[in-house]
Write a protein that binds this ligand. Structure first.
Ligand code: GDP
Length: 532
């Protein structure tokens, strides 16, 4: 193997690319901050920007857009720790932008799920988890806020298993919670890490570790707590799943950790275990079979996110791509498969904790943002491989809200269509047309209702087009995988609507799940899917 290829493999092996998922307020931002603190990417926790982005209502979003660039902090955070090169894919916290989160999860090799110890699994956790399981990536659980009153440990584990359908394996076990929180017991090392509030978590704390013998003597932990701990451990040892790396890699077993991100307790332990247990960049499916970064030497990447208008004057965009194999070098020429054209990747950028910087080199596992003159779409493949391949696309997630949209001033039809199409190409909305009449009527579908406001705002500000939106009663959309009869003859319910997407694929819109069931019953052999 050449020296260059050796270097590429070494670099890729070091990489850990993951996303953190949680229900809002569980502590994702706080945990990310603490990770960065250990990585030395920031000196003091609390200085991560982009909190506003995580919380955005549409007004915040506009502010962000005005300031140009702040929102890029919610793209990827890269830092080094313990010989690893870590890429945290940040995701918008607001559930109305969860479509963006879904797509970002397509670029991750594993996920960290943060759960509030007093609440257990919440609605948004459930949704995001479902997307992760589609890809069978390893999922790690961090049960946060142990410094507050928590649910019973067994109950928490049970909740995860029942609600999410994944087996759990606690790597450590909490001793008390809230005011009585004394630390965690490491089940692998058989030692206790004593809880300490490290200056409210602003510094990397030194923790006191006790082995089991010392624990017997330790007075800070009451006899009652010790008895309870040993009892619980015994119960868990007897009934719980044993750690199995292979099952973790398949996403069937989630290693569970307890801690408190705010006080910075248990975070470094979690990080260390996680980095060892999780995977380096995974092979990815293409039309030519799996492309393994450890075998494919050529550069390859796919676009998973497009961010518009970083510079309003030029209406340019940044395409974020996940590198899957090989090495990226600034200014390199690559083949854009979907465009069937050679393109130069100019102005490559990497997002650091608090700033953007230009990158000269990047490797499989990394994320880069490149200038996009409007040629890329979500899911596109880029590569320098001589034998070309196309990465499996990113699924279209089912919108949950629909509206008929048209321009107020009929003279502005052309701008309107251009704007709507471009915004759809970026993945900020999905557009559909009437099945027969085509472009005359445009139906917009969104996953989160705020996306409508974003559409309206952007059409006005960027394309100078005022629009009217009439909301439609549909809540369910289904792509047709197989239709036994000519689509015109399909007998659905009276409130069902036939539309087609940008690629001309037929779809059905339904008002309720009852209509879906009825339609399926009436048409034997009809197959519908939730993802496009
Ligand atoms: P996100 O919405 O998931 O990003 O959650 P944040 O990280 O913003 O945290 C939500 C709130 O919970 C904030 O007020 C945090 O200070 C607080 N918080 C986060 N982690 C902990 C923790 O371990 N203990 C306690 N008591 N509060 C926490």
């Amino acid at each position: 193997m050449s020296e260059k290829n050796q270097e590429i493999k070494e670099e890729i092996r070091k990489r850990r690319t993951f996303a953190i998922i949680s229900h809002p307020d569980a502590g994702k931002t706080t945990l990310t901050e603490k990770f960065l603190l250990y990585g030395g990417a920031i000196n003091q926790a609390g200085s991560v920007k982009g909190k506003a982005t995580a919380r955005h209502a549409v007004s915040d979003w506009m502010e962000i857009e005005k300031e140009r660039g702040i929102s890029v902090t919610s793209s990827v955070l890269q830092f080094e720790y313990g010989g690893f090169c870590i890429n945290i894919l940040d995701t918008p916290g607001h559930q109305d932008f969860s479509e963006d989160t879904y797509r970002t999860l397509m670029a991750a090799d594993s996920a960290v799920m943060v759960i509030d110890a007093s609440k257990g699994v919440e609605a948004q956790t459930r949704k995001l988890f479902k997307v992760c399981t589609m890809r069978h990536i390893p999922i790690f659980t961090f049960i946060n806020k142990m410094d507050r009153e928590a649910m019973d440990t067994f109950e928490l584990l049970d909740d995860i298993e029942q609600e999410l359908g994944i087996a759990t394996c606690p790597v450590n076990w909490p001793i008390g919670s809230g005011k009585e929180f004394k630390g965690v017991y490491d089940r692998q090392k058989n030692q206790v890490e004593l809880f300490s509030d490290t200056q409210k978590g602003t510094r990397q704390g030194s923790v006191r570790i006790l082995d089991r013998k010392d624990l017997e003597k330790e007075e800070w932990i009451s006899g009652e707590q010790k008895d309870r701990l040993f009892e619980e451990l015994e119960l868990q040892d007897g009934a719980g799943a044993v750690f199995d790396q292979e099952l973790v890699e398949k996403g069937k077993l989630s290693p569970v950790f307890f801690g408190s991100a705010l006080t910075n307790f248990g975070v470094e332990t979690f990080l260390k275990y996680f980095l060892e247990m999780t995977t380096s960049p995974l092979p990815r499916r293409s039309d030519q079979g799996e492309i393994d970064p450890m075998e494919e030497e050529a550069f390859s990447a796919f676009v998973f996110k497009i961010q518009a208008n970083m510079n309003k004057a030029h209406r340019d965009r940044i395409a974020f791509m996940r590198i899957c194999s090989g090495r990226f070098e600034a200014g390199m020429d690559v083949w854009h498969i979907q465009g069937n054209k050679k393109v130069r990747l100019s102005q490559p950028q990497q997002m650091m904790a608090s700033e953007r910087k230009m990158v000269e080199k990047a490797y499989g596992g990394d994320i880069i943002g490149v200038f996009d003159p409007g040629i890329f779409s979500i899911g596109d493949t880029l590569t320098t491989a001589r034998e070309q391949f196309v990465y499996e696309g990113i699924p279209t997630f089912a919108p949950e809200h629909f509206a008929r949209v048209r321009q107020v001033d009929t003279m502005k039809r052309k701008q309107f269509l251009k704007g709507v199409n471009q915004i759809a190409q970026e993945g900020a909305i999905q557009i559909f047309q009437e099945y027969h009449t085509g472009m005359e009527e445009i139906i917009v579908g969104v996953v989160g209702i705020l996306q409508f406001d974003v559409l309206k705002y952007r059409l006005e500000k960027e394309y100078n087009v005022e629009i009217r939106m009439d909301s439609l009663p549909y809540e369910y959309i289904r792509w047709i995988r197989h239709c036994p009869v000519d689509l015109d003859k399909l007998s659905g319910t009276s409130d069902m609507k036939k539309v087609k997407d940008l690629r001309g694929r037929p779809l059905l819109l339904f008002v309720n799940s009852w209509s879906i069931r009825m339609t399926l019953e009436r048409n034997e052999g009809l197959e519908l899917t939730e993802f496009g």
